[in-house]
Design a protein around this ligand. Structure first.
Ligand code: FES
Length: 142
């Protein structure tokens, strides 16, 4: 089978779908090739992601990735959320087909963008390097 049961489960019953009206940070990332877009909303309390929601206009793997990624960072310190890689998301889903790995990259980067937005809005200083990947084009992400 092309997709793991976990991918199918998170695609059919995605966790944390929606928006947060008074979000502390919002991150939106698109993939220029497929045109899919993911938006992540976070609430932050004491340096911890106290709540997270997502909207994904994209393929099933992108939906499953955002669902799993939000589950993985909910209740976790920001420092942990920043370390979440797309590989970890894909592993937690019991794998994604190679040509669908880029869908999990959207989740990693949308989370980083939301945290960066939170830092920017609150005047919190950070190392630009941490967010370096957000500045690159997503053309080569496959
Ligand atoms: Fe574009 Fe999956 S095909 S995010």
């Amino acid at each position: 089978m092309l997709y793991s049961e976990k991918v199918m489960d998170h695609f059919k019953n995605p966790r944390n779908v929606g928006t947060i009206e008074d979000a502390d940070g919002i991150g939106e990332i698109g993939n220029v090739k497929c045109g899919d877009i993911m938006k992540i909303y976070i609430k932050v309390d004491n340096d911890t992601i106290s709540d997270v929601k997502f909207e994904t206009f994209g393929c099933g793997s992108a939906i499953a990735s955002s669902s799993m990624a939000t589950e993985l960072i909910k209740g976790k310190p920001i420092s942990d959320a920043l370390k979440l890689t797309n590989k970890a998301v894909a592993e937690a889903l019991d794998g994604l087909p190679a040509h669908k790995m880029h869908c999990s990259v959207l989740a990693e980067e949308a989370i980083q963008a939301a945290i960066k937005d939170y830092y920017d809005k609150n005047g919190i200083e950070y190392d630009e390097e941490v967010f370096a990947s957000l500045l690159h084009s997503h053309d080569e992400e496959e």
